[in-house]
Design a protein around this ligand. Structure first.
Ligand SMILES: [Zn+2]
Ligand SMILES: [Zn+2]
Length: 371
């Protein structure tokens, strides 16, 4: 029998059971498509055949050498796909199920996960800062034909049949992150909210602010395409920092300062402007990834006596988060497809990186489809 089975297995074409193509990081600005071994699922894991993925701003930090990962790593952390293999112990799924996996893949069992901080997952024990981000960071990622999903039981979110890959792919990271910034900001019905930067995450934070019940959402950027997209996505007032004193304008529009300011870029200037835009007692919800030292000018937060709150958020992940976000799409509350401005096949991913990195041609997010 064994001999027969082996004989019946066809020669291994690329991507079937032998090798696959993937975007491999080799060093600063050295990355691209390589043929590598196709992964297999060990106990507790799943392998999904990727049908759609994208490039994140964090991936740009990686290829520019601004966020360290090991050379040889396959990057990318936003997979939509079909289950190709299930490891031992993963129950309730079938090979062939369509699934969405969040950028953050928590274990579901450690202190952090069980206490509601899955992004800071301690991998089975306590807490680890950023510990929930594994794909394309500490393990191989999703810009590939196949990707291993760790802790599959906690992370495979089945996609309802009535949702397309394009409708859900941006939930994996930018929507979860952007909405998370609005949630962490504790926005209440009737609040005024300003969102600094209207890139992919900032646009989603603005959407999140609306969903949380903000009466007025103000979006700040200095890029015509992004300001136009902000308007299209329902931002009430857009401010262009190239042409106006945005802090003064936020104070004027809000009658003295916003209830919540969301920082979605990760620079000293945007952090500081967000802080200066707040009313006393307001909340600065920070989503940006900072490098180097971040300074808090004392007068901008009333020397520490202004009852301000500063909160930070890493993308909430796990299958329940993804299920909830998919329900928001299903009910028509959210449509992120306008943000997928460009499409590439996986073998052309370097072209996609160049476009995304240069912010050329009005790009917001790129859809990457393994052929
Ligand atoms: Zn990301
Ligand atoms: Zn955990």
């Amino acid at each position: 029998m064994t001999t027969q089975l082996q004989a019946s297995v066809p020669a291994t074409p690329r991507g079937k059971s032998g090798t696959m193509i993937a975007n491999v990081f080799r060093g600063v600005d050295r990355f691209g498509i390589e043929e590598v071994a196709r992964p297999h699922a060990r106990a507790g894991e799943a392998v999904i055949r990727v049908t759609l993925t994208t490039i994140c701003g964090t991936d740009l930090h990686i290829v520019r050498g601004e966020y360290p990962v090991q050379p040889g790593l396959i990057i990318g952390h936003e997979p939509v796909g079909v289950i190709a293999e299930l490891g031992d112990g993963v129950t309730g799924y079938q090979v062939g199920d369509r699934v969405l996996v969040g950028a953050i893949t928590p274990c579901g069992q450690c202190h952090a996960c069980l206490a509601g901080h899955a992004a800071q997952c301690g991998h089975g024990s306590g807490y680890e800062a950023i510990g929930g981000w594994r794909m394309g960071n500490t393990i191989h990622g999703a810009q590939a034909e196949y990707v291993v999903i760790p802790y599959a039981q906690a992370n495979l979110a089945k996609i309802p049949d009535d949702l397309s890959d394009e409708q859900v792919v941006l939930l994996a990271d930018i929507a979860s992150t952007g909405f998370g910034g609005a949630e962490s900001g504790g926005i209440r019905i009737g609040d005024t909210v300003v969102v600094y930067a209207q890139g992919p995450i900032g646009l989603c934070a603005s959407l999140g602010a609306r969903l949380m019940g903000a009466a007025k959402v103000i979006g700040v950027d200095g890029d015509d395409h992004r300001l136009a997209m902000a308007r299209r996505m329902g931002v009430d007032t857009v401010l262009d920092y190239r042409h106006q004193d945005v802090v003064a304008e936020v104070k004027r529009l809000t009658g003295g300062g916003a209830d919540v300011a969301i920082e979605a870029l990760g620079t000293q200037a945007t952090f500081e402007n967000a802080l200066r835009s707040l009313r006393p007692g307001g909340t600065l919800s920070s989503l940006g990834v900072y490098s180097g030292k971040l300074q808090m000018p004392y007068e901008a937060f009333a020397a520490g006596l202004g009852d301000h709150r500063v909160v930070t958020t890493l993308c909430p992940g796990g299958k329940e988060r993804m299920r909830r976000l998919m329900e928001m799409v299903r009910s028509g509350r959210v449509d992120l497809t306008p943000l997928l401005t460009h499409h590439f096949t996986l073998d052309k991913i370097r072209d996609a990186y160049r476009l995304f990195s240069e912010r050329a041609d009005g790009v917001i997010k790129v859809a990457i489809r393994p052929a």
